[in-house]
Design a protein around this ligand. Sequence first.
Ligand SMILES: [Zn+2]
Length: 620
Amino acid sequence: MSYQVLARKYRPQKFSDVIGQEHVTRTLQNAIAQERIAHGYIFSGHRGIGKTTVARILAMAVNCRSAEGPVAEPCGVCDSCTEIRAGNAVDVIEIDAATNRGIDEIRELREAARYRPARDRFKIYILDEAHQITDAAFNALLKTLEEPPGHVIFMMATTQPEDIPQTIRSRCQHFSFRAVKFEDIMGRLRDIVTKEKIPADEDALALLAEAGDGSMRDALSILDQAIASTADHLTLDSVRSLIGSAPAGALETVMQAVAESSSEKILVLVDELIGEGHSPTHFARQLVRFLRNATVAKIAGKDSALLQISSDERARVGRIADLFSEEDLTRHLQIMLRTHGELGYRQEQRFHLELGLLKMTHAQRLLPIEQLLSDAAASASGPPRTTPRPVLTSPTEVRRSEPPASARSNSVSPFAADSARKGSPKAEASGDAAAFADKSVRATHPSGATSANVVIMGSAAPAVAELSPEPDPQPAAPTEVKSELRTEARVEANTESLRDAILDALRNQQMLVSILENAEWRLEGSSLIAKVAASSTMIEMSFTADARRIAGAAASGLAARPIKMLLEPGGTPQVSSPPRRAATLNGSARSRAEQDPIVQRMKEKFGAEIRTVIDYREKP
Ligand SMILES: [Zn+2]
């Protein structure tokens, strides 16, 4: 007998054999038992997780001849069952929609569907890759689905259900298949090697299951190859060399070297891996996955169900998660994702891999400096404001051992605000740099008049500018307000100041600003809600993800706590707020820039020089 691949040989023949899709099989069996069989089904989910298999089992169940009507579990031995399994049943037609996707094929199908089944109860069409069917062909199919002949059942298997027109979807029952769990794939692999009488190490199977990545078919096809390539015994090494993956220990070693900032160790390790014939792309992909798992382990714990990996691998990612903070891990993941993306179409892959790994090491070292820069850059956000900017004074929001709130800078960078919120030890530990930035920003404020409205640009220096605080043109609240009302008045003022900060930050997005200027604003917990006189479509169009991020950062920076900006429709159009008064300032911009403590410190620390000074006061 000719060799049959494992995925086919062990293809489930009953609902109860299907692994990891109980939510689908149970519902289908109940529907059969209650004689509520639909005329259209959509089975969606990743490749290789049993969509077509379930469609075939369903076809067997409704056409099985072991009983008078459809059965909840096919017998597997009657003519109908055996023919469907072999794929030559007259009344079960499997169509690969990837190649038969046009209007002609569907018209033909529609014609044929009108005739009664030759022998079985139902005429069943299984459309694989159904999302590939053209729109015109779907329209033709729709006619049949609208008034289906009683004997016809359509089953559509697809990886992209969203590409199937809504009109079709609404006439079908839709089942989403889940990625198969690591443990389930493991169990199945164990089962199969036992049946095939192939001795296999547990860790070899674990690596196969991981490589399957939620797809049973993928895992089985790698197992096929592994069996073919090894003489007798499946070992971890044989599987690893087959799929070309680097030893799991190598990933851990790289990340340890990153934690130790040891660039040399990393270069030696890359050299070893390349020497052993590993591909840089594959290694980068492994590292991306490893870092993703480490990040998940950091956030949700290493025993989280979000990790579909073996227990050895859990221990490894857990150890790495302990070495880094959540921020570090996401940063490293980002660097490796970019590196992996770049490797795909680059010539000198090895160098790019090395560069990516070294970047992680540098990111580890540069963190305190980056924090300093982001603090400085955040205070450069925006032209002068004339409206008052009261500081949040609720006692719960006072952080660390700050000076009195009124003296505090209200331009806290989102980065610093974030660190403070999480109480990350880094914020304290990185000490010097962050503290200096904090102090210098603060120092410019009490004096009020010393800072200039300038931006300094240079090769190394970030954009630095200080806003000049002006005396409040209007008091925040009348003094005779009763004490009970005072809190409310302050909240009012906070909403006002947040509104100003956001409008300022979004000043380049004119459409959005014009909507927001006439909105009714309110602060609810950590959500700042603007009720605007615009439709939800308008909101969706103008309040982009980018704008959302900018607004959130501006508000969170001002409030020194995370604040989310939301827009809701239904506001009444209001009269425009009075135009902002232009700032009147004087003095040489360059001399003010030179006096700025941040600039002085930059010059001293990095040897930076002032190249260009842009004075925004001169611009309208
Ligand atoms: Zn049967």
